[in-house]
Design a protein around this ligand. Sequence first.
Ligand code: COA
Ligand code: AMP
Length: 633
Amino acid sequence: MSSYAKAYALSLNSPEEFWEEQARAIDWHEPPRRILSKDENLADRWFEGGKLNAAWLALDRHVNAGRGCDTALIYDSPVTQITKKYTFEELLQEVSIVAGALRRSGVVKGDRVVIYMPMVPETVVAMLACARIGAIHSVVFGGFAAPELATRIDDATPKLVLAATCGIEFQSVVPYMPMLERALELASHRPESVVVLQREMSRATLDNTKYMDWQDWVSNATSADALPVDSWDPLYILYTSGTTGKPKGVLRDTGGHAVALNYSMDAIYGCDAGDVFWAASDVGWVVGHSYIVYGPLIKGCTTVLFEGKPVRTPDAGAFWRVIAEHRVKTFFVAPTAFRAVKKEDPDCKLLERYNIDCLEYLFVAGERLDPPTWHWLRDHVDVPVIDHWWQTETGWAICANMVGYGLHEMKPGSVTLPVPGNNVAVLDELGADCGTNKVGNIVIRPPAPPSHFFTVWGDHGRYVSSYWKRFPNAYETEDGGYLDEDGYVYILGRTDDVMNVAGHRLSTGELEESVASHDAVAECAVVGIKDDLKGQVPVGLVVLKDGVAVSAQSLEHDLIRLVREHVGAFANFKRICVVERLPKTRSGKILRQTVRKMIDGETYMTPSTIDDPGIIDEIETELAKVGLIGQRS
Ligand code: COA
Ligand code: AMP
């Protein structure tokens, strides 16, 4: 039996024994009383009674072990031309001061702090400072527009909001203040204070009745020590898109998260203390939380915070430059980023300028790794290219080819094998096991491993109804796929109406709410269609109100603007098609999957429950007219 097979079998047959051993690898202020138990909602929970602090694990522990002078964080910002390194000792000092400032502002354990900040070290500091005093952070991706920020402020009801004056997108500065101002107007909840970090490239004149300048806020603050919290205490809320317009607040605990991430650094990514780990994501996404901040730092690795893009910062050699310059051992990125590099530098010529012999593993996740990108990477980069699969809800990989147990044979299109703790099965519509090579719904049998979320913030009913209702005794991942005869897992895409745009998860509901808010629109449906660069992009089918006279062109223009203002430019909403009516079932469900397949050129079946089969021809004709599908023969 291979070491992976032994570990996997142990994790399923004796989960408590398996995770007790992993829990011993981190330092606890008080060890857990029980390894696996149930909370008052009957959710499986890990390490009951244990006391720990995630920021202490990420910083103090390494300083206390004599590693204070080692580099903890490298900030690399090509556009501002700033590269700054923080040792564990320096980062600890910054975090302790900000934790002290939070305390002085009245933030206590369990209070929420919304962080709307770009890829700057202060964002990492703010997250760790919250963790240090037991406050729950909720980072909102800087690309979200004001209404999305407002929704999150209303849901998380933070005592404090931390923001910055701008982010950077390629060469341009994206001002955050208009978004922040508008969000605070839109939100019903009133945070007690709003603190703004002034960035040199876009200083704002702050109205001091509404905002505090970050520098003033931290000045003379007294350092705060790490507060040991319960293993079950929440570390953060991170909002993710479901099918409706209202995002779900994924609540992550402290103990399970720390144990799982610590284990994953070596077992999945082959990284130990002192190694340099780089996740080229954004702190606003789960990858940023787990693998820019908590995972590498808890393990004692150096983490890279890159405020740039794969291309045009300044060129498609940006990744190679950062890997070479900072001696990155394991690199983790979304396939879309490499598609962008491949497009601009098809022969990978820019790699010749750099020595990346430090690089040992290249991990991708966030969306399907398309075979052309996989082959391109294999042809040009002389390290294993490892696809792995996970979700905001799980906080770390469900399936991977795990370096720590010795890499398995690579099979293109597969995310390899389940990570220990994940009892993965594929079920058909009736909940029966699909066996091998048959596509179905991928589920995880309980208990889900540590770090998996255990509720939706403020709405446990939604947690149950969204994830645990459809199949008895199974967590529904809402991804479809299959297992092959060797147990390898293949992910084929979402089974719900969530789309994946440049590795970002977007709900049809969010976009449809924006489109439907236009005066001329009676009804709409948004679907995610294939895109060579971004994986998917949204397209809107729009039904006009009776008697409305508006040109399709000006409507498209208005709707693009609306989505940018309501959701954000990163949604990449750029195309619409005006139709007489939407394809629906007799019960009124919009047939989004049928429309998507139609546009993507996939075979589709007209469902027997369709209201009027004639509509399919009608929609095809309209889509063909606007060039969204080829002209019908
Ligand atoms: N703040 C503000 N605006 C943002 C933003 C942010 N954090 N992120 C994206 N946007 C804006 C962009 O500026 C762009 O605006 P524009 O339409 O005015 O030009 C728009 O949203 C679309 O952005 P994007 O989809 O990122 O496309 P792009 O052409 O600007 O860049 C890539 C293409 C492939 C380089 C980029 O999408 C990328 O780096 N992707 C990897 C993302 C990733 O890591 N995802 C995984 C997360 S785990
Ligand atoms: P998010 O919660 O934003 O990280 O998005 C999670 C979703 O991204 C998953 O449910 C999948 O649909 C998709 N995804 C993540 N990783 C992969 C992968 N390696 N292959 C295919 N799809 C993936």
